[in-house]
Write a protein that binds this ligand. Sequence first.
Ligand SMILES: Nc1nc2c(ncn2[C@@H]2O[C@H](COP(=O)(O)OP(=O)(O)OP(=O)(O)O)[C@@H](O)[C@H]2O)c(=O)[nH]1
Ligand SMILES: [Mg+2]
Ligand SMILES: [Zn+2]
Length: 364
Amino acid sequence: MNSDSGEKIRPQKYKLEDLGWDDSLASAFEKYGGSYVPGRVSSRHKTVFDVITCRGSVQAGASGALHRIGKFPAVGDFVVLLPVPEAGTYTIVDILPRKTVFSRGVPGKDGSDQVIAANIDTVFIVTAIGPDFNSRRIERYLAIVHSSGAKPVILINKADLSEDPDSVIDSLSLSASGVPVIAISALMQSGLSQLEQFLSPGTTVALIGSSGVGKSTLINALLKKEVQATGGNRESDGKGRHKTTVRQLFILDNGALVIDNPGLREVGPGTSGSGMSEAFHDIIELAAGCRFSDCRHENEPGCAVRKAVEDGVLPQERLDNYLRLSRELEFQQEKAEIGSARLERKRWKGISKAARDIGELKKR
Ligand SMILES: Nc1nc2c(ncn2[C@@H]2O[C@H](COP(=O)(O)OP(=O)(O)OP(=O)(O)O)[C@@H](O)[C@H]2O)c(=O)[nH]1
Ligand SMILES: [Mg+2]
Ligand SMILES: [Zn+2]
C-alpha cells in the first residue's frame, strides 16, 4: 500500500540536484571519501530508512555511532551512506547540516529525537471546509511552522463542499496576516494551479493537518497517480482512523518534493508541552486509577477521570482543555506511538520477538 517507495520514486531518474542538493550540502559532504554515497531520506519505517540516492532508492539503517549519540535521521534529511556490500545494504553514518528543522518544540516522551522532518522549504497547512475548520488550530499550526524556519501556506481543501469558499478565506486572512490562504479541491483537482508557485523544482513542501482533511488526496492529485491510500478518518461514527501512518517524501514530475504526513489531531504552541503534567496534576493523578493504562478518558470503561467529572469533582471544561492539549502532545509522540502499535500486534505473535523490539525501541 503505502510503503513500497522503491517503485514509486522511479529510481534511476534522479540526480542529487533533483533532490534539493546544493553547494552547502556538497561542501559538507566533501570530507567523505570515495566509497560514501549521499542521499535523501524519503521514509522511515521504525529502524529502517528509505533513502533516495543517485543509485536509486535504497534501504539503510542508522550507524551504531548515531544511535549512541541519539542522533536520528528524519524524513527530508540529507545523509551520508556507507555501502555494506557483503549484506547488500547501506548504513547511514552522518546527517548533513539541516537547513530547516520541523520539530515538535519540546523533547519527546523518552527524551529522544523530536524532529518530524528536515529541510522543508514550505509547509502546506491543510484544513478543510467542514468540521475540521477551526481558526484557532490554524494559528497553532502557524506557530510551529514559523518556528521551523519553513514558510507556511494555508490550504482550505474541500472547497467543493462550500457555496462560498471565499468567505471562509476572508474569515482567516485577518488572523493569518501575510500568510497565503488558498482554497482548493484536491478531490475535484480544482485550484491546484495556485500551488505551482510553491512547487518549483528542488523545493521541499510538507503537508500537515488533521486526519481526513485530504492531504493524501492532494498528494495523489499532485503526482497525478494514486500513490497514497486515502479515506482518512470517520469522525462521525467515533472510529476515527489515521489513514496515513508513515511519513513519506515523493518527487513530482516537475522536480518538486512533497512530504505526506500522518494526520495530526491538534497542535499547540509547541513550547509548553512539558508544563502539562504540572498544569494538570489532578487529572494525571486521577488517570492512575483508570482501568487501562493507555486510557484516553473518552469512552473507555473504567475511566477514573470521567468518573470524577460525573461525580462533580473535576470540571468538564478542565477535562476538555486537558484532552485538547494532550492531543497536542500526541503530535509530539506520534512516532513513538506508531512504534508501540506495531509492538502491540507483535506481542501476539511471540513474546520473545516483542522483547527484541522493545530493545530496538529503546535504542532509538
Ligand atoms: N469533498 C471532498 N472530499 C475530499 C477532498 N479531498 C479529500 N477528500 C476526501 O476526504 C477523505 C480523507 O482524505 P485523505 O486524503 O485520506 O485525508 P488525509 O488528510 O490524508 O488523512 P490522514 O492520512 O488520516 O491524515 C477522503 O474520503 C477523500 O476522498 C475534496 O477536495 N473534496
Ligand atoms: Mg493521508
Ligand atoms: Zn481514563
